[in-house]
Design a protein around this ligand. Structure first.
Ligand code: SAH
Ligand code: SF4
Ligand code: F3S
Length: 457
């Protein structure tokens, strides 16, 4: 096998991580990654089906790929098209029936078979390949073996610590597209982290749909490690400078985990704690298993352990049955917590979810109007929050360097744009003074001593 592969990734960090593994496996099979879709011999779309819009994007790109495939075939150059990820998992064979130019459909736990599937296609042993089984064990036993060494500029990496989700929030496709929740063995996680850090990675984000329940669904029977234990173990890795994680369901946020923010110095003071709604009635219909009161209590506790913690959240507006009064409770909660930032979405009906069968759907115009109101208030609050940093000195880890300047991230996960500074490279940590705040980012200036030291810490 040989040729160029183009991989397009939609959706969350889980998919980004899976795409890296696919790239690595295909690389071993002789495929070179290209950034130019038109020159590829193999195109893989790693898809997301969380909202209808995400799925529509995939089908419209597949439509475009049909034309590309026909054009290439006229020049006698075959093009293989593969669909991976959550749409593949959910739709399976139906994708090929609807779009016969697709050659491969590979689900969220089967993508490590991609090279074999391609081999059969290339040898003419089959004309299409579909694999969407969901296993009950950790899909990729030795994930760390499937990690290509990070490029020198890659100093931030994701490490998957669990797969699947057992929460069944009534609106969500993830339990169906990712299968049952399973925790990855600690030993494998630590090995992967060590490997990455010794290759130059300085920041690790531990990934799972509900990391707080890590360890409850073990594959290794003798393993008795909670998420907090895992954080402490990972934090010990020599050379690791920053540690983050995502995502947490508030119902499983333990005091033990909150204490980690006070006790683990490399754990960044940033927490993404999706609330979804401020109304208890809607939270119950969403099957979130916590109340507004419990959520606010956890926020207060978190802030008592780590007063400088920056909180972000996810919100769904226009969930079936959401009245104006319910929505106002979400707005109130936003005023009360004053999140540093949030991701907000209009409720979207997804096939197979419980809420898709609820009959009191909120009209599109109402959802649109509520979303705009929510986002306007969040923008105001984000600006106020960001203004609190003006005049303070913060450490940024440099991410990108251009002619116009340098951008980096604070431990609270804020982006700071600074003027150019010679001698500073990606991954370096430098102190900057925040001079200006915007809604989505900060502006900073480098401060004194490191200028003489050439910027390196
Ligand atoms: N596991 C994470 C969320 C993963 S999905 C958690 O529980 O927090 C990311 C976000 O997409 C969710 O937090 C939710 O806000 C949003 N989302 C999920 N399903 C949705 C749907 N059907 N319509 C609109 N937004 C949705
Ligand atoms: Fe979906 Fe809920 Fe699981 Fe998050 S916790 S992935 S929202 S079912
Ligand atoms: Fe999307 Fe699947 Fe992630 S539905 S958000 S890619 S888990």
């Amino acid at each position: 096998m040989s040729g160029f592969v183009y991989i397009k990734t939609f959706g969350c960090q889980m998919n980004e991580r899976d795409s890296e593994i696919m790239e690595h496996l295909l690389g071993q099979a002789g495929y070179v990654t290209t950034e130019v879709m038109e020159e590829a011999d193999l195109v893989i779309l790693n898809t997301c089906s969380i909202r209808a819009k995400a799925e529509q994007k995939v089908f419209s790109l597949l439509g475009h790929l049909r034309q590309l495939k026909e054009k290439k075939e006229r020049k006698n150059k075959p093009l293989f098209i593969g669909v991976a990820g959550c749409v593949a998992q959910q739709e399976g064979e139906r994708i090929i029936r609807r779009m016969p130019h697709v050659n491969i459909v590979v689900g969220t736990q089967q993508f490590y078979h991609l090279p074999d599937m391609l081999g059969r296609l290339q040898r003419g042993e089959s004309t299409s390949e579909v694999a969407t089984d969901l296993s009950s064990s950790f899909a990729i036993p030795a994930l760390q073996e499937m990690t290509s060494p990070p490029a020198p500029s890659q100093f931030r990496k994701f490490v998957t610590i669990m797969q699947g989700c057992n929460n069944y929030c009534s609106y969500c496709v993830v339990p169906e597209t990712r299968g049952r929740e399973i925790s990855r063995p600690v030993r494998d996680i630590l090995e992967e982290v060590e490997k990455l850090v010794s290759a130059g990675v300085r920041e690790i984000t531990l990934l799972g749909q509900n990391v707080n329940s890590y360890g409850r669904t073990n594959q290794v029977a003798s393993q008795d490690v909670t998420f907090s234990d895992l954080l402490r173990l990972v934090a010990r890795t020599p050379g690791l400078e920053r540690l983050r994680f995502t995502t947490s369901n508030p119902k499983d946020l333990s005091t033990e985990l909150m204490r980690c923010f006070a006790e683990i110095d490399i754990l960044c003071p940033q927490f993404h704690l999706p609330v979804q709604s401020g109304s208890n009635r809607i939270l119950a219909r969403m099957n979130r298993k916590y109340t507004r009161e419990l959520y606010l209590e956890r926020v207060a506790d978190l802030r008592s352990f780590r007063p400088d913690i920056a909180l972000t959240t996810d919100v769904i507006v226009g969930f079936p049955g959401e009245s104006e009064a319910d929505f106002e409770q979400t707005m109130d909660l936003l005023r009360e917590v004053r999140y540093h930032g949030s991701f907000s979405f209009k409720y979207s009906d997804r096939p197979g979810t419980r809420s898709s069968g609820f009959d009191d759907k909120v009209p599109e115009e109402v959802k649109k109007e509520r979303l705009a109101r929510f986002q306007e208030l969040q923008d105001e609050i984000s600006l106020e929050r960001n203004t609190e940093y003006v005049g303070k000195t913060v450490d940024i880890m440099v991410e990108s360097i251009g002619r116009e300047g340098i951008s980096g991230r604070t431990t609270t996960n804020h982006i700071v744009h600074c003027p150019p500074l010679p001698g500073v490279g990606p991954g370096d940590t430098v102190p900057v003074r925040v001079v200006q705040a915007g809604k989505h980012s900060l502006k900073g200036d480098f401060v004194g001593p490191q200028l003489e030291a050439g910027g390196r810490k």
